[in-house]
Design a protein around this ligand. Structure first.
Ligand code: NAG
Ligand code: NAG
Length: 990
């Protein structure tokens, strides 16, 4: 569609030119507009500070609010969401948007409730390190056509998804009172040719039409893959396919997980890139490094300290805003869990991502550091529409080791100087002076310092209600307009800040709280009183005679500062929040009469200080009225308790029952109900190595382990040449007439393996010899994995029987088995991807309510599995966590080194962990409440697949507590029952 200037805005062009404002809309609505400066929503400029969240990776809808409240509390005003087609569609034409964890109407409602805008990214291709990149797995047999082209077969497949999900997104657009402000078409699709008839251009046009037909009218966006190409911008070689607001993704950290000295070079090319590719649009980073994923055999996220460092947030996120970005989405802000086969082969169970919000839903320091920037952008109106005035080393500063970006507001004198180390990796302490331009002339501010990986804002002509900060080298965290203006500044302890007000010359002050050397001096030529201090530990409060109150916070204290909105709209103005200092988290606050009611979380007993304006005398924290005292400068101070003294009993995991879960390896096993694998043709672009086709997707088995049984009568057979493909780290085992004949342990960097299995040690029968092969699975590929991405087959690619002189012999027939019910999605609540084809899975042994009473007592740690085989262990345990606590809990597994095994962990029916002791790295598996019953009975199953004759057992199996918080969140309100359907007889799937 064409970009149109809003017709009636023509009337305002004259005014617009004077103001430098000429907003654009997409001709379909005028609620969301944009120009080169920023997005405008209902005519208001704002900086979008967004976080990526995948509800499919947290299948407890009540917890979406927990995550969103944490986003909001840490300064975000938007959430960017991928919608995985795979998660909603078990088979062609069938879509589930109603079971609890797939209820995306509830997702939108929850975002709205938390005061977040939504950037909707429905693909159809997402990537996201998710199974098949998000493509419905029923397309993986080749019936999806040529992915990500204008191919008609492919178009027909994705059209049903976009029309269904698009309609729900459309209903939730801001134009209909919902939270959706932007919709992304496709993802990281690189434009390679600027020709209208190019298949990618045609594909983008098809998608845009489909989005529009679904009713999507908000501006469309795209996500350029790094700085690799220049795609789909209306401003750049537009031959069709262009979207409204161009975006660029970027993961520039370049850090190793454990080596703190690699990478950390902040690119300085963002501004110029956007000026080149999308000069009429705001600078949008649809994905910027919130963390990074880790592969099988890689590091575990707890080790990734470089990625988790708050320094990264301080230098990189500020560095983007310094380059004039006004839409910034962190990927991931909360990664979650690749439970139940939601991983692509490139990742393991945890999708923690070293994100600001940990997989356990704990707020990392990186998020707290981000908050200092995000809250600043929220109230700093001058920053919402700037021009790049200057930049460079020694620019406005007296030291060539310092680089500055100088942004000036288009309409006012307000300037924003971002000072950063020229070498962003340095750990040197650098002192310098900066000379800023103000409405009162140039002012030199001495005593600036960057201590290693630190960046600092210096602002000028910064409006704070009716007062103006002429300049400040103390960083502004935020300000609020109460009965008086209240400012919050932050600095590292021992660093010097200096600021001045514009209004009057003879301002006096008094200080409160921690020791402070706060002083004033008449400033040189400007005649303004300047205030100067060295940041002490903790907080100091200064009351000025012009009415302003200022909090001076060191970094750890600033991390506990919350500017809690009193409105549920995503944009929050300076008179729409109250301040709370002290706790770990504040979720919400409301003032009614003389009472402020606060809901939050806290680990350790602490003092809280609340600034809510005059007239508020009573503080209620999580339902308890606190004994609060009023300070002389108008805040309330009280004590809140933590969770440190609370009693939490995590039971030992014992009294397991066990049964064999690999009866299919025996020759006599009855597979008469199994599917005959007899196809001689396939839609796959990958050719089978032998016939019949044994690709599992061709028989509509997609996720998890598959089991094959090949029958032959040729007594002269001496070996089997077999090729199996299950994705990175997947392995397999083979048996002949019940005897192990070979295996592959899997390899973190190998997707498939070939082996020649000798029959020398086996006795063959005249007929009815059976080769049983159990193949593991780590997901379908993303399109970056050739040759055909999600259509790359899984299972057996070829199986050739050979005689002693290598003559090719034939199998009589093959049977295949996989997840119970194939595409039928027999457990719609847990969804189509939760299960694989292990015997125990097919019979539902993982489900609560399954009675293992007749099984033998046997322990996964003491007994384990003897020899090659798969054994199922199950137990129940009770938890009784107090309702007002949030205690993230996980299961920790271990095995002696040398153990070659594949272990699946099921909690109340959900596959919440895949543990490969010989490949690693993950041994700790968090399980969220809702999947775990924190007050009640739990069913835990462990399937151990021992790959070698040595057998396998666990050396460690225990529940672990990650943290504990006293919380006002309604964890008790989680509807566990709805999420955990009980076992039903499944013998038909044996
Ligand atoms: C696409 O357009 C170009 C230029 O107009 C033309 O040379 C080319 O043959 C066209 N290709 C196809 C496949 O139609
Ligand atoms: C620095 O600012 C100038 C003036 O706006 C601009 O032309 C230039 O591209 C900027 N440099 C970078 C690295 O962004």
């Amino acid at each position: 569609m064409l970009i149109a200037i809003r017709p009636f805005s023509l009337l305002f062009i004259a005014i617009g030119l004077i103001w430098g404002v000429l907003s654009t809309d997409n001709g379909l609505q005028t609620v969301v507009e944009w120009d080169n400066g920023s997005l405008m929503i209902n005519g208001e400029r704002l900086i979008i500070m967004s976080g990526e969240f995948h509800y499919a990776r947290l299948p407890v809808p009540e917890l979406w609010l927990d995550v969103f409240q944490k986003f909001k509390a840490n300064g975000m005003n938007a959430v960017s969401i991928y919608f995985f087609w795979s998660y909603h569609s078990a088979s062609k034409g069938v879509y589930d948007f109603t079971t609890p964890a797939k209820d995306i109407q509830r997702l939108f409602d929850t975002a709205k409730q938390a005061g977040l805008y939504v950037i909707a990214r429905p693909g159809p291709y997402c990537n996201a390190e998710t199974n098949g990149g998000g493509f419905a797995l029923w397309t993986s047999d080749g019936s999806g056509g040529k992915y990500r082209t204008s191919d008609e077969t492919y178009r027909q497949a994705w059209s049903e998804w976009i029309s269904k999900v698009g309609a729900i997104i459309a209903k939730n657009q801001i134009t209909n009172g919902g939270p959706v402000i932007l919709a992304q078409v496709e993802n990281e699709l690189q434009q390679t040719r600027y020709q209208a008839n190019d298949t990618l251009v045609v594909y983008m046009e098809q998608l845009k039409t489909a989005f529009k037909q679904a009713g999507i009218v908000v501006p469309l966006t795209h996500n350029e893959k790094g700085f690799r190409s220049k795609s789909w911008s209306t401003d750049y070689n537009n031959v069709g396919g262009a979207i409204n607001v161009y975006g660029l993704d970027s993961y520039p950290g370049g850090m190793s997980c454990t080596n703190l000295d690699t990478g950390f070079n902040l690119p300085r090319t963002y501004y110029q890139w956007f000026q080149d590719v999308s000069p009429s649009q705001p600078e949008y980073l649809p994905e910027f490094e919130g963390g990074w994923f880790q592969p099988w055999g890689g590091y575990f996220f707890d080790q990734c300290l470089a990625e988790q460092s708050p320094e990264f947030a301080d230098v990189f996120y500020k560095g983007l805003i310094g380059q004039r970005a006004t839409l910034l989405n962190l990927y991931m802000a909360y990664g979650g869990t690749n439970w139940g086969h939601s991983a692509a082969p490139v990742v393991y169970t945890s999708y923690d991502y070293a994100a600001p919000l940990r997989e356990t839903r704990e707020v990392r320091d990186k998020f707290k550091q981000y908050k200092l920037l995000a809250l600043f952008t929220r109230v700093s109106k001058g920053l919402h529409n700037t021009v790049m005035e200057s930049n460079g080393t020694a620019n406005a500063v007296d030291n060539t080791a310092i680089w500055t970006w100088v942004l000036k507001n288009r309409d006012t004198d307000a300037r924003f100087y971002l000072t950063e180390n020229n070498n962003t990796r340095t750990r040197a302490v650098t002192d310098f002076a900066i000379t800023v331009q103000t409405s009162a002339g140039a002012i030199k501010i001495p005593d600036m310092q960057l201590r290693g990986r630190q960046s600092r804002w210096v602002i000028t002509d910064y409006a704070v209600g009716n007062e103006t900060l002429l300049y400040s080298s103390a960083e502004v965290l935020t300000y609020g307009i109460f009965d008086r203006p209240v400012l919050a500044f932050y600095l590292k302890e021992g660093q010097t800040g200096q600021f001045a007000f514009k209004s009057a010359n003879n301002i006096t002050f008094s200080t409160h709280g921690m020791h402070s050397d706060f002083t004033s001096a008449s400033t040189n030529s400007s005649g303004h009183v300047s205030f100067k201090y060295m940041q002490s530990k903790g907080a100091t409060v200064v009351r000025f005679s012009n009415g302003v109150v200022a909090y001076l916070l060191d970094i750890p204290t600033a991390y506990t500062f919350f500017a809690v909105p009193t409105t549920d709209t995503p944009s929050v103005t300076a008179d729409q929040h109250i301040f709370v200092l002290g706790p770990y988290l504040v979720r919400s606050a409301g003032v009614s009469g003389d009472t402020i009611t606060i809901v939050g979380d806290n680990a350790l007993a602490t003092t809280i200080e609340v600034y809510a304006g005059t007239g508020v005398d009573r503080v209620i924290w999580n339902g308890q009225q606190l004994a609060a005292t009023k300070t002389s400068y108008g805040s309330l101070v009280a004590q809140i308790s933590g969770a440190e003294g609370r009693k939490i009993d995590l039971p030992a995991l014992s009294t397991f029952k066990a049964a064999d879960s690999s009866p299919e390896i025996l020759a006599a096993y009855d597979d008469s109900n199994w599917v005959l694998a007899n196809k001689n043709t396939t839609l796959s672009q990958v050719k089978p190595l032998t016939l019949p086709v044994l690709f599992s997707s061709d028989y509509k088995y997609y996720t998890g382990a598959k089991i094959y049984r090949g029958y032959f009568s040729a007594k002269s057979a001496r070996s089997l040449n077999i090729t199996v493909q299950g994705g990175a780290a997947a392995g397999w085992n083979a048996w002949l007439n019940g005897q192990p004949i070979g295996y592959n342990p899997g390899n973190a960097t190998q997707w498939s393996s070939t082996a020649l299995l000798s029959f020398n040690n086996a006795t063959l029968k005249d007929e009815g010899n059976v080769v049983s092969v159990v193949t593991d699975y780590t997901g379908h590929d993303q399109t970056s994995t050739g040759p055909t991405g999600a259509e790359n087959p899984r299972g057996i690619l070829g199986a050739q029987l050979l005689s002693v002189n290598n003559t090719r012999l034939s199998f009589d027939y093959w049977k295949i088995q996989g997840n119970a019910g194939r595409e039928k999605n027999i457990d719609p609540v847990r969804g189509p991807m939760n299960e694989g084809g292990l015997y125990g899975e097919r019979l539902g042994w993982h489900l609560p309510g399954f009675d293992a009473g007749t099984w033998e007592d046997s322990s996964p740690t003491e007994d384990g599995v003897h020899g090659v085989g798969i054994r199922w262990f199950t137990t129940t345990f009770d938890l009784n966590i107090d309702e007002d606590l949030d205690v993230p809990i996980g299961v920790e597994l271990g095995a002696a080194s040398g153990t070659v095994a594949r272990v699946l962990l099921f909690m109340n029916g959900y596959q919440y962990g895949k543990y490969l002791p010989h490949i690693g790295p993950q041994t700790r598996f968090p399980v969220p409440p809702g999947i775990l019953n924190t007050r009640g009975k739990n069913t835990l199953s462990i399937a151990i697949w021992a790959q070698t004759t040595v057998g396998a057992r666990l050396s460690k199996l225990r529940l672990i507590e990650y943290a504990r918080y006293q919380s006002g969140f309604d964890f008790a309100g989680i509807d566990n029952k709805a999420l955990q359907p009980e076992w039903k007889d499944r013998s038909e799937y044996a």
